[in-house]
Write a protein that binds this ligand. Structure first.
Ligand SMILES: NC(=O)c1ccc[n+]([C@@H]2O[C@H](COP(=O)([O-])OP(=O)(O)OC[C@H]3O[C@@H](n4cnc5c(N)ncnc54)[C@H](OP(=O)(O)O)[C@@H]3O)[C@@H](O)[C@H]2O)c1
Length: 240
């Protein structure tokens, strides 16, 4: 375990994942700073008086610089919206402007691969290719931008963790997800995690040294593949 962060910034705080992360951080008595787009500030009304909000785009370096000052941990929701490098700009701002000692945790999906050793099903590859093309054609999102953002994170010498979420579902918490190094590992087969648990894993990663400079792919600890794996003896990781 590393230090326990006192002040945590959540970049992309107003989304579903962001709001779950705020709740987990407050439960741990962390001081929370949230960055979200100005038009989304109202989505944080339930946290009024409990967190500090810095309204602004997450790739706005002035906003990020102000928000990250004095923060021991940064939880960044990486999203590839638009076609103007939103993810890359967000990651670069966080990497460049976070305090030198800060623990940096980023969210993304299973499509991100650090070492090229992930083994994807043909259906996953096909879906990703179609989604990438369609979103780009409609100028809704640039999935390649999220890939480039992660490459930048991997190349940095910072204390980062990139958490790769499986397909997500809403519902009550099932517990801290288990993780594995590579897509294709049997424990991940169920490919489902409750969003509230994804958020818990992100917050957990702030203080788990075993996740430093790792790209854990997570799955619900209650999913069939995780339970089968646990019954058969551990090779996937349960966080410390
Ligand atoms: N959805 C999935 O099935 C899935 C699966 C695996 C991994 N993930 C990962 O989980 C993370 C969160 O995903 P999520 O689906 O749960 O989303 P989410 O928590 O609802 O977050 C979406 C984020 O995108 C922002 N956003 C929405 N539209 C935008 C726009 N046009 N321009 C700029 N920002 C915009 C939102 O900000 P506002 O509040 O301002 O709108 C919010 O911060 C992402 O890193 C994603 O890669 C998702």
């Amino acid at each position: 375990m590393t230090h326990s962060p006192l002040r945590v910034c959540i970049v992309g705080a107003s989304g579903k994942l962001g709001r779950y992360m705020i709740r987990h951080c407050l439960d741990l008595s962390y001081e929370v700073v949230g960055v979200c787009r100005p038009e989304s500030v109202g989505k944080l009304a339930n946290f009024a008086g409990q967190i500090r909000i810095e309204p602004g785009r997450t790739d706005d370096r002035e906003v990020i610089g102000r928000a990250l000052r004095g923060c021991d941990g940064v939880l960044t929701v990486l999203v590839p919206w638009g076609v103007h490098g939103y993810s890359t700009g967000t990651a670069a701002a966080v990497l460049d402007l976070a305090e030198p000692h800060a623990r940096l945790v980023f969210s993304c999906g299973w499509h991100i691969s650090q070492d090229g050793k992930d083994r994807y099903k043909p259906t996953f590859r096909a879906f990703l290719a179609v989604a990438t093309w369609l979103f780009a054609a409609l100028r809704i999102a640039d999935i390649g931008d999220q890939v480039r953002a992660c490459e930048r994170i991997f190349a940095s010498g910072r204390a980062w963790t990139v958490v790769r979420g499986s397909d997500l579902e809403e519902g009550d918490a099932e517990g801290l997800p288990v993780w594995s190094e590579h897509i294709g590992d049997a424990v991940l087969t169920s490919n489902r995690t409750r969003r509230v648990d994804f958020a818990r894993f992100m917050v957990h990663a702030l203080t788990d040294d075993g996740l430093l400079q790792k790209v854990p792919a997570i799955v619900s600890c209650k999913s069939a593949s995780a339970l089968a794996h646990i019954a058969g003896g551990p090779s996937a990781r349960s966080p410390a």
